[in-house]
Design a protein around this ligand. Structure first.
Ligand code: HAM
Length: 473
């Protein structure tokens, strides 16, 4: 037996269904915003993160999984995905023609050597978006509103959007000077980390979590007093637009974010579950005015984006029973009455699956009683029983496991039979076209009805959804 590496976790079985559901909902919603998928490597050159996330950040100073490969190159397991996405956009010259913006979304694992605790892992998954080539504050609003409405779509009701402006370069320079002056008389009494931060990037002191330091930080100058008119105007435009979209926010002038690439607007989504638990920020992001240029892209090209922690989303959704509609039932459980009918049972299951019915078959030679037990355990809607008589008459017994009614159905009529019996809500079933029994429109991925924002976790991919017309063809 081997133990899990500290701070990692297996995502398996029903838990994995929840991850898939969350990721697919976010992915499908991102496609409504015309974001395109990017898959970048998990390993990147260490200097990519030193340059972007920043040498003064806790992530680069303490949390990166960095090693030398066999060619003596310094490699890092990505602690976040933004830097890799921008590197990829630059390397692939996607901004070269000034055809702005490039809109990317991504999902995948990240690695940070942090102290594991509630909502904090050493390997965790992020979903995120980046907009490279931002020339209007309303692109920032687009990113924020994407995050806000995506979380609403997943069922998060009492979201708290915290927002702040870090200003442009001039605002931050003035602010840094003010902070340096302010902390000069306190720094000797502060924690060792803050002493380092004072030298590296005084702004990072505002991230300190040490209780005694908090008292000093509380009275430090506020960034809002150092914003240039240009930055103030930018921030106000963003806030006004959020008001217009009905997105509630709270200005938090202590919000500076732990990554060095931000400028102007930064934000975080917070949520407390019904159990009163908070898992930290569910998602966060902001605007970056230098990152693209520093990674080798056009100097004046700005961007913005956000990322969400899938582990945190799943934990809160479990606490608040937001997965209750997740349907893990089977349509059919095919039960051969003896070993000799196993290949017929397999053939029937194959045909059911190709026609869009989620099916399992018993190929373990179990007794009828044991097979019924299994069918119930798997939450099957129908038990399909095949024995000697059925083989002779080219038929199958279909038993509805909720009504306990059963009848013999000719094999050639089986698909039509199941079509008309599975899905107690006929209207939904036909409108949607899926052969699977959806509770309602909202969880179906088909595009032929009004409320198609949600993906169907059962089908995984939209094109795997079999509709009536496909069946007829
Ligand atoms: P971040 O705030 O470092 O930002 O991470 C984004 C989200 O990832 C957090 O809000 C949290 O939900 C999740 N997360 C971070 N660390 C952990 C952890 N150790 N365990 C579990 N979940 C975690 C970024 O990474 C930026 N790249 C976001 C961004 C995109 N900014 C602009 N574009």
């Amino acid at each position: 037996m081997f133990n899990l590496v500290k701070g990692t976790h297996d995502i398996i079985l029903n838990e994995a269904d929840k991850y898939t559901y969350v990721e697919q909902t976010l992915v499908q919603f991102a496609e409504f915003y015309n974001f395109k998928e990017f898959r970048t490597p998990i390993i990147e050159s260490s200097d990519l993160f030193q340059r972007s996330v920043g040498d003064s950040s806790d992530i680069v100073r303490k949390e990166m999984y960095t090693f030398l490969d066999k060619g003596d190159r310094s490699i890092t397991l990505r602690p976040e995905i933004t830097a890799g996405i921008i590197r990829s956009i630059v390397n692939n010259k996607l901004l070269a023609l000034g055809d702005y913006p490039v809109k990317a979304y991504y999902v995948g694992p990240c690695f940070r050597y942090e102290r594991p605790q509630q909502g904090r892992y050493r390997q965790f998954n992020q979903f995120g978006i980046e907009i490279a080539g931002v020339t209007s504050p309303y692109r920032d609003v687009e990113a924020i509103s994407f995050g806000y409405f995506a979380l609403k779509l997943l069922g998060f009701e009492n979201l708290k959007l915290k927002i702040n402006s870090l200003g442009d370069d001039e605002s931050r320079k003035n602010y840094r000077d003010a902070l340096t002056k302010y902390f000069a008389s306190y720094i000797d009494q502060m924690c060792d980390d803050c002493k380092d931060r004072y030298k590296l990037n005084v702004l990072r002191i505002l991230d300190c979590k040490v209780q005694e330091d908090q008292e000093i930080i509380k009275n430090a100058p506020k960034i809002s007093d150092y914003l240039t008119d240009k930055s103030k105007d930018y921030f106000n435009k963003v806030l006004k637009s959020l008001d217009e979209l009905g997105i509630e926010y709270e200005i938090d002038d202590g919000l500076v974010r732990g990554l060095d690439y931000y400028s102007d607007v930064v934000f975080e989504f917070h949520y407390t579950s019904s159990k009163g638990l908070s898992y930290g920020a569910l998602g966060a992001g902001g605007h970056y005015n230098k990152l693209i240029g520093e990674i080798g892209g056009p100097k004046d090209c700005e961007g913005c984006g956000l990322a969400m922690g899938i582990e945190r989303l799943v934990s809160v959704m479990e606490d608040d029973q937001l997965f209750d509609n997740l349907d893990d039932s089977l349509d059919c459980y095919v039960m051969p009455l003896s070993m000799e009918y196993q290949s017929d049972a397999l053939n029937i299951s194959s045909s059911l699956r190709l026609n869009g019915f989620k099916s399992e078959v018993n190929l373990e030679g179990k007794s009828l009683k044991a097979m019924f037990k299994k069918a119930n355990k798997l939450n099957a809607k129908f038990a399909l029983i095949i024995g000697e008589d059925e083989i002779k008459t080219n038929s199958i017994i279909c038993k509805d496991l909720s009504s306990e009614q059963q009848e013999s159905v000719g094999i050639q009529d089986l698909i039509d039979y199941l079509d008309s019996h599975i899905g107690s809500d006929e209207e939904h079933h036909h409108e949607c076209g899926c052969s699977s029994n959806h509770e309602g429109h909202e969880n179906c991925c088909c595009h032929n009805h009004e409320n198609d924002h949600h993906c169907c976790h059962e089908h995984g991919q939209e094109h795997e959804c079999y509709n009536e017309s496909k069946k007829e063809n």
